[in-house]
Design a protein around this ligand. Structure first.
Ligand SMILES: CC(C)(COP(=O)(O)OP(=O)(O)OC[C@H]1O[C@@H](n2cnc3c(N)ncnc32)[C@H](O)[C@@H]1OP(=O)(O)O)[C@@H](O)C(=O)NCCC(=O)NCCS
Length: 158
């Protein structure tokens, strides 16, 4: 699916193991979340990784240049959990993160989810608030990084 966001041409792709864009997305997630941790790339392979839907935005026809991405997983109680939202630093603040969330929320609705949740880094709460999420829990430290997070939710229109 092609789109233009703040003048940036993008294509959205659902990707997985074997796709170059999936590996570049994992590189970006590692760089933005885990680069300074001794466990390194192993932290990318948490309990959700193999079951989640992985979305990337790339320039048209250039799958190795990942601009942004995120992942989502539908749970048994019709909740869709978004995680690992990333935008390449030089492209942040131009609407790409919003576009990734919109596409994940659209997929959540198509999978029959009644609720979308995520654990937001405290510094990202303003972003998720701007795209429609509300805080629904107390602040807690991430079990893997210790970074403060807070649970947020969205009830997509059905
Ligand atoms: C958080 C992140 C995904 C946001 O993506 P982005 O492309 O920079 O955000 P967008 O440009 O799509 O912003 C969408 C809206 O959120 C707002 N916003 C973005 N970051 C914000 C912040 N830190 N505080 C308040 N509002 C913010 C924007 O102003 C915009 O609002 P508007 O449309 O009303 O003008 C991105 O900055 C990122 O990758 N950060 C590092 C990794 C990270 O922390 N990921 C989240 C982990 S929970």
């Amino acid at each position: 699916m092609s789109d233009v966001v703040s003048g940036i041409e993008t294509e959205a792709h659902w990707v997985g193991p074997g796709d170059v864009a999936y590996e570049r997305l994992r590189d970006l997630r590692h760089r933005l979340f885990f680069a300074e941790m001794v466990e390194g790339r192993g932290l990318l392979d948490d309990a959700s990784e193999t079951r989640a839907h992985h979305l990337v935005l790339t320039p048209p026809g250039r799958p190795s240049e990942v601009l942004a991405g995120g992942r989502g997983l539908r749970t048994h109680d019709r909740t869709y959990v978004i995680s690992q939202m990333v935008v390449e630093p030089e492209f942040q603040g131009q609407g790409l993160g919003r576009r990734v969330v919109e596409l994940l929320v659209d997929r959540a609705a198509r999978h029959g989810a009644h609720r979308v949740t995520l654990a937001a880094r405290v510094e990202a709460v303003g972003f998720y608030g701007a795209v429609g999420f509300t805080v629904c829990g107390e602040e807690f430290p991430s079990a893997t990084t210790g970074v403060p997070h807070v649970m947020m939710e969205l009830r997509p229109p059905r």
